[in-house]
Design a protein around this ligand. Structure first.
Ligand code: ADP
Ligand code: ZN
Ligand code: ZN
Length: 833
């Protein structure tokens, strides 16, 4: 990315021979310039201006101060004269050199800008905010333009100075920058800039005794003899407790701030500031746990990992272990080895399974050496977790996808639990997969990367089978509990043979009743992916669609509204068809709300907890519901994807999958894989305690191979079967899928631009070997979102690395060409709509 441009290297000072030069990437949100710039490091900053440091630099003709990041420091520059940087923004570099090079690599690999990859890796919420203040200097007789005159007069009304944003609001203008600069050039006002960090540490004041405790006791006696009893008590408290926050000291010793200041003035104590770091959990709420003796299946995996960790060897390992086989215990023991050897560990889990139960297992084993990163944390809490990691105050981070960037210096192991989960892939730029970042960081640090799942993605399993990863398998549940007995129910015969109109089959009803009688718990799972409740007309077939997106509106029963899940559009439900005027307009499909009502009708008095997007959206909503279920406040837990993950309730003996095939009917090559893993995961929730579990799988396609094999929890056969299909159709792992999507409001322009991209791709003979197949340009499956038309090209790529330069060229040309359309290039997207 060393494309040092013309332009910005203004002549301020000649670079003398000895000066140090910083290569800087702009990280300021106001400047999306994807280039490096050279700046002089003033002599007084040479010791701190190191790679990874955030700095302020003068930029553009106006020399506005903007935020940048030093990528490297050198002694020469191609440019004869450079501006000096203004100042450093942090006491320590925010990125390590390893993370800087990771950003550079991500920029290349994921076809994004440096700024975009930096934003992923940087401390959460850390940035700068520019405040521009205008100061009135003098008025003039000269004729000014109307906007300039109004600005100057308003500024005078504000007693001579005001913030730019404030004046813009007062003048009802979106920007007064050009008027302001023009007035400054005329010498009528002055613009002063102030730059603040957007987030900073909280500090607390602590008191420290300036003597040893023995001397302290003597001092206390002396104070008491001089009737300074309050001061004496405060000194004694410090002797007993060591350093204390001043507020605690006053509270504990029943003292006051006057006495505190008196002690300070006498030189008996000193007051200092210390960062106050917010924790993401309360460690003292957890009972400590100790390692179990490994089972025969766990032992070889743990031993192998320990050896790799000890010798700093990077290796990629796939652990396939059935649910309940003790994978988490393997993670815990390997992490313990890391900590004992002074190394650190990253433990990734999908956001959805980052439940309190999961966190508890880590905190109860490792106490305060664990940092937790999840989306429920406040900005300050997130930043503090990062700070602790950066300053070596914790050894383990447990978190969702972005925790892969934890700034540890000596990584001992990286673990991805539920490695098949889609949430490890970022859907915004940089469109990275946490697994690939893990491999890169693991290789740099000499640390093993462990991927684990009961149902690995077929791509990972293929790599393990072809010796790219080392494979370990655990087949037994740790207590030899059998996997739940599963039954398939054919929903077609429910209606035909039993006249059962309910979405709950007779069989499942019987099983639920049995559980209610025995006071055992039940989990019901409804897969909502691609399975919305939509409203349509039985007479003419008209479907209520969003006016801005080409997608059916979803019916919300509780408010009798229709809503679009893509753009948020809502409207009142209709009773007559807008197309033909008939009254036979009805909603179809099944939502959790509807099932909940059915349950109340079928089992009067039943206690149901519904867990879906609506009931868990508040802070900790998920947690509260789970606790209520755990505490026996309900007989049935009914929910979407959320109920399939990581829950470990001993007393759940029945699991019902209400509509197994919905995930099969999606136009996506991974539909089978998703369906298999969902059914397996959800059935794995039953029978974790001592009672055997049962599962009922309802489907309209009972003969479907994937569903049959999922019922048997037969991963090897599923894998073999799926690989035949992937190979025949040329899908991953036999290629990469590269998705090029262009969207914009003017359909003709979008079509034109994507056609040009298509032509370019076809016109390069040197890359044709790298492409197996080009599909499109075509309208995307969802052809319109938020009034933007979407077109796409699909490439099946045999060699993605070879294609990257051309793809980069396409995206650079798009960005440079002032196109109004939005271009995204995604390699192996999780969502192909
Ligand atoms: P997985 O992560 O594969 O689903 P877990 O690690 O959650 O499996 O293990 C399931 C249960 O077995 C947990 O309650 C765990 O505490 C217990 N367990 C795991 N390994 C052992 C062991 N070696 N000895 C005793 N109990 C174990
Ligand atoms: Zn109609
Ligand atoms: Zn919409």
């Amino acid at each position: 990315m060393h494309e040092q441009g013309r332009g910005c290297q203004c002549t301020i000072r000649q670079a003398d021979q000895s000066a140090m030069i910083a290569n800087i990437a702009l990280t300021d949100a106001r400047h999306a310039v994807d280039k490096l710039f050279d700046y002089l490091i003033p002599p007084e900053l040479e010791r701190v201006a190191k790679p990874g440091m955030r700095v302020l630099v003068p930029f553009g003709v106006r020399n506005t101060a903007v935020e940048g990041l030093i990528l490297s420091v050198s002694q020469t520059s191609e440019f004869p004269s450079l501006k000096p940087l203004i100042r450093c923004l942090d006491p320590l570099p925010v990125l390590t050199e390893e993370l800087i090079s990771l950003c550079v690599w991500m920029r290349h690999q994921y076809l994004c800008s440096f700024q975009q990859s930096y934003r992923q890796v940087k401390p959460p919420y850390l940035g700068t905010r520019l405040r521009q203040w205008l100061f009135f200097l003098k008025d003039t007789e000269e004729k000014l333009s109307a906007p300039q005159r109004r600005l100057l007069d308003t500024l005078k009304e504000y007693d001579g100075f005001a913030e730019m944003a404030e004046l813009e609001a007062a003048l009802h203008r979106t920007s007064i920058r050009s008027s302001a600069y023009a007035l400054q050039d005329k010498g009528l006002l002055e613009i002063r800039e102030k730059i603040d960090n957007t987030i900073s540490l909280k500090y607390i004041r602590k008191a420290r005794l300036n003597f040893s405790p023995e001397e302290g006791y003597a001092t206390a006696d002396e104070l008491r003899s001089r009737r300074a009893t309050v001061q004496a008590d405060m000194v004694l408290t410090l002797c007993d407790c060591g350093d204390l926050p001043t507020s605690d000291l006053v509270l504990i010793s029943d003292g006051n701030y006057n006495a505190l200041n008196a002690l300070k003035d006498k030189g008996i104590i000193s007051i200092y500031r210390e960062p106050f770091l917010r924790t993401a959990y309360a460690p003292d709420q957890y009972t400590p746990s100790v390692p179990y003796i490994p089972t025969e299946e766990q032992k070889p995996v743990i031993d192998y990992l320990n050896r790799l960790i000890t010798h700093n060897l990077h290796e990629k390992i796939l652990l396939r272990g059935v649910t309940g086989s003790g994978k988490t215990e393997v993670f815990l023991q390997a992490i313990e080895t890391c900590i004992k050897q002074g190394k650190q560990a990253i433990m990734l889990v999908p956001e959805i399974s980052l439940t309190p139960q999961m966190v508890e297992r880590f905190v109860s084993r490792f106490g305060t050496s664990v940092a937790v990163m999840h989306s429920g944390l406040s900005q300050g809490e997130r930043f503090d977790q990062w700070y602790k990691i950066r300053h070596g105050e914790v050894d383990v981070v447990v978190g969702a996808r972005s925790a892969i960037f934890a700034p540890f210096k000596r990584l001992g192991i990286i673990i991805l639990d539920e490695e098949h989960e889609d949430s490890y892939k970022s859907e915004t730029a940089p469109r990275y997969h946490a697994r690939d970042i893990a491999f890169r960081r693991g290789a740099k640090h000499g640390a093993p990367v462990l991927l684990a799942s009961a149902t690995p993605s077929v791509t990972s399993y293929y790599r393990a089978k072809t010796q790219k990863y080392r494979l370990f398998e655990m087949h037994q549940r740790y207590n030899q509990n059998p996997l739940p007995k599963a039954r398939i129910v054919d929903m077609r015969s429910e209606l035909l043979d039993y006249h059962n109109m309910s979405s709950i089959s007779i069989r499942l009803q019987d099983e639920i009743r049995r559980n209610l009688d025995k006071k055992e718990k039940t989990i019901l799972f409804l897969n909502r992916r691609g399975y919305n409740t939509f409203v349509s007309c039985r007479q003419c077939g008209y479907v209520m669609e969003c006016p801005h997106c080409s997608i059916a509106l979803t019916y919300h029963r509780s408010s009798d509204h229709l809503a679009c899940h893509y753009c948020g559009y809502t409207c009142q439900n209709v009773t007559v068809c807008p197309e033909c005027g008939s009254q036979y307009i009805k909603f179809f499909g099944t939502g959790t709300q509807k099932i909940e009502e059915e349950l109340y009708t079928l089992f009067p008095g039943v206690r149901v907890l519904r867990m879906d997007f609506d009931t868990t959206s508040g802070k900790g909503g998920h947690e509260i519901l789970l606790n209520r279920f755990k505490n026996g406040e309900a007989d049935i837990l009914l929910g979407t994807q959320m109920v399939t993950k990581g829950l470990d309730f001993a007393d759940v003996t029945l699991v019902g999958v209400l509509a197994a095939d919905t995930s099969l009917n999606i136009n996506d090559y991974r539909a089978n894989e998703r369906c298999f893993s969902l059914i397996t995961q959800v059935c794995g929730r039953a029978g974790r305690g001592n009672t055997e579990g049962r599962a009922v799988i309802q489907t309209y396609q009972p003969e479907n191979v994937t569903i049959r094999l999922a019922k048997e929890q037969n991963y090897p056969d599923f894998y073999e079967n799926e690989m035949k299909y992937r190979e025949k159709m040329q899908y991953p792992p036999f290629c990469d899928m590269i998705h090029i999507v262009l969207s914009g409001e003017d359909e003709r322009q979008v079509k034109q631009e994507i056609a040009n991209i298509g032509l370019l791709l076809n016109s390069r003979p040197e890359i044709q070997g790298a492409i197996l197949q080009t599909i499109g340009p075509d309208p995307a499956p969802i052809a319109k979102i938020k009034n933007k038309f979407r077109y796409r090209i699909f490439l099946k790529a045999a060699d993605t690395q070879q294609l990257l330069p051309l793809l980069r060229q396409i995206s650079t040309a798009h960005n440079a060409g002032n196109s109004k359309n939005t271009l995204t290039i995604d390699i192996n997207p999780t969502n192909m709509l």
